[in-house]
Design a protein around this ligand. Structure first.
Ligand code: 8ID
Ligand code: ZN
Length: 353
């Protein structure tokens, strides 16, 4: 019952157009190695990272040709022979995240930084990802999806949700603290608003345009700033926070502009959580004020298996909901154009039938 060929979205080499093909081979159960599993996908989210990967924006090369995608949900239909200690079984519904494989033996893994594993495999970057009907992944790294969450509603938790949940967890903020969220209307941003409110933080959402303003305020943002029309973002943040500035910022914009005023609008001992990954740019931080204000700049990169489980568990309580529109894998090229123009409020989730 497992087909020999399937539909998949492929980029031949970085910068090339994405082609949707129906004759892409499916790895058969007897071809799976120990620890590998075959997942029949229900759906996949589209992250701005997939566009960076397709364009070759970053200094680490992708595999080529590449099937992108790294936030999807599906059902395990086969597990490689001689797999030992599998935490999942055939028939389980699981999520596939950016970190497809980490060895659990190297120093970063031993210290729980599975995302920095020396032997890492990355879904939709170093190995083929979720823009296909059948994905090969690893039993110890997939994330079990609780029954109450439907697949389309869960898909984007596996990257967008996980990433912002971890960034908040390490932001060293407490209940009532002010967090600034540049990029708040995007895929990561609309989820960080909700996790932050769930944790009792006060939120200043920054993004552009009426649709994103409405979305951010409906998700519980305490204050909204439109970066396209606001003349002085720092002054506005200072005003809202009683002259003191914010305790932390989680920057999820895909452009460098969202980073530029952070050192100014943070209060002493503030934290800049760097999450958005614009192409070829540097973070321009004034050294005097960074030191004098005891500012921490913290790069936050997806998360480990435990972060994924916590993020999904919180969403399963109903406290966090992905705001998404459903489209089809055939529409991927259009979704990339819309992402590039900053036109998507929340997320797009693709059906894979
Ligand atoms: O592990 C990580 N660190 C990680 C994980 C996943 C994604 C990092 N990312 C990166 C992506 O590669 C991408 O660079 O985070 C960035 C955001 O991903 P996304 O949320 O999937 O992108 P989006 O939906 O396009 O949202 C970006 C938002 O930023 C706004 C846009 O309007 C959009 O809503 N924005 C921009 I562009 N410039 C802004 C500015 N100056 C801005 N918002 C506020 N101020
Ligand atoms: Zn992503």
């Amino acid at each position: 019952e497992i087909p020999k060929v399937q539909k998949a979205a492929i980029v031949q080499k970085s910068g090339a157009r994405v082609e949707v093909r129906s004759n892409v081979p499916v790895k058969q159960p007897e071809e799976l190695g120990p620890g590998e599993c075959l997942v029949k996908m229900h759906c996949t989210g589209v992250c701005h990272t997939d566009l960076h990967a397709a364009m070759g924006d970053w200094p680490i090369p992708t595999k080529a040709p590449l099937i992108g995608g790294h936030e999807g949900v599906g059902e395990i239909v086969a597990i490689g022979e001689n797999t030992t200690h599998s935490p999942v079984k055939i028939g389980d519904r699981v999520g596939i995240k950016w970190i497809a494989y980490s060895c659990l033996e190297c120093e970063p893994c031993r210290k729980s930084f599975e995302q920095n594993c020396e032997n890492v495999q990355i879904s939709g970057y170093t190995i083929d990802g979720t823009f296909q009907q059948y994905v090969v992944s690893y039993v110890h790294c997939v994330t079990p999806i609780p029954e109450g969450l439907d697949s389309a509603a869960a898909a984007s938790l596996l990257c967008a949700g996980l990433t912002v949940y971890r960034a908040l967890k390490y932001s060293e903020t407490g209940p009532g603290d002010w967090i600034v969220l540049p990029g708040a209307g995007g895929g990561l941003g609309h989820l960080v608003i909700q996790y932050a409110k769930y944790m009792g933080r006060r939120v200043i959402a920054i993004d552009g345009g009426e649709e994103k303003r409405k979305l951010c305020l409906s998700l519980g943002a305490d204050h909204w700033i439109d970066f396209k029309t606001c003349k002085d973002v720092t002054a506005e943040i200072k005003r809202v926070t009683g002259g003191k500035g914010a305790h932390a910022t989680v920057v999820t914009t895909a452009s460098s502009s969202g980073y530029s005023q952070a050192i100014d609008y943070l209060r002493p001992n503030g934290r800049l959580m760097a999450v958005g990954l614009p192409a070829k740019t540097t973070l321009d931080a004034d050294i005097f004020w960074t030191v004098y204000k005891s500012i921490t700049i913290h790069g936050s990169y997806v998360g480990n298996r435990q972060d994924a489980i916590e993020c999904v568990d919180i969403a399963a309580t109903g406290a966090v909901k992905v705001h998404y529109a459903e489209k089809h894998i055939d529409d991927l090229e259009d979704v990339y154009s819309a992402l590039n123009e900053g036109k998507i409020a929340g997320r797009i989730v693709l059906a894979l039938n």
